[in-house]
Ligand binder design. Structure first.
Ligand code: SF4
Ligand code: SF4
Length: 237
């Protein structure tokens, strides 16, 4: 199994994946099932993959009211999602060739637009795999790149060795809470025993995105990605 895991890691790196880990989903099974259904909840492992955004693009997001900045961000966002989806497909094929089941979850998937939720939480897998912690922004915050990553996941029954969650590194910081134009974050730190609503009023972000789409032609905001001091090495503001 170690050999397969090493092979998958090398394959992912060759496809441009910057962060790679394996999560044990068994303790989170009820949560996963409730969110995505039995066909998602039956897998015991998740391969979590992250790809860095480009700092030069994210660093301009303080101009998030300017179409040139936000459209460039949107282009980057779409390109990285497409690269991650291709990596997830090829990783899933390799796992299947090794005799296990593999179910790729696309990088950008929303089955509940009001709650901004997909069928499976990439952040949950990345957190359990040890790639980062869940910040007050409800984003995955990685030690080296902060929330400046996009994620994809391959669910599997291949019994690979999992990582372990990292300690939460937000501390007293409230930058994302104060920067959000619609005050979508409550400032509560991540607690896996509490529902996400305790930390994130997703409908405020979703409504803001709809208003931006009407006004600017693009709904993405990204200020909570831009502002986090973890990963912000040369912000423009
Ligand atoms: S994307 Fe913008 S509006 Fe939505 S939570 Fe982040 S900072 Fe707030
Ligand atoms: S901006 Fe601060 S509080 Fe928000 S996720 Fe980053 S470190 Fe945590």
């Amino acid at each position: 199994m170690d050999e397969l895991q090493g092979e998958l890691r090398d394959l992912a790196r060759g496809l441009g994946v910057d962060l790679f880990g394996v999560a044990d989903l068994t303790a989170a099974r009820d949560f996963v099932r409730a969110q995505g259904g039995e066909h998602i909840g039956r897998f015991s492992r998740a391969v979590s993959m992250g790809m860095r955004l480009l700092d030069a693009v994210v660093d301009e997001l303080f101009r998030h009211e300017e179409p040139s900045a936000i459209y460039t961000y949107k282009g980057l966002y779409n390109s990285i999602n497409a690269s991650l989806d291709r990596a997830a497909l090829l990783i899933a094929k390799r796992i299947q060739d090794a005799g296990f089941r593999a179910y790729p979850i696309p990088a950008s998937q929303t089955v509940n637009p009001r709650k901004l939720e997909g069928a499976f939480s990439h952040k949950l897998a990345a957190n359990l795999a040890g790639l980062g912690w869940i910040g007050k922004s409800c984003l995955l915050v990685t030690p080296d790149h902060g929330p400046r990553v996009r994620l994809a996941t391959v669910l599997t029954d291949a019994p690979m060795a999992p990582g372990a969650p990292l300690p939460n590194g937000c501390g007293d910081c409230r930058e994302c809470v104060d920067a959000c134009p619609v005050r979508a974050f409550t400032g509560a730190p991540f607690d896996p025993s509490e529902p996400r609503d305790v930390r994130f009023r997703a409908h405020l972000c979703s409504d803001y995105s709809e208003r931006r789409a009407m006004r600017l032609g693009e709904g993405l905001c990204g200020l909570c990605v831009y502002i986090c001091p973890h990963g912000a090495k040369g912000k423009g503001a």
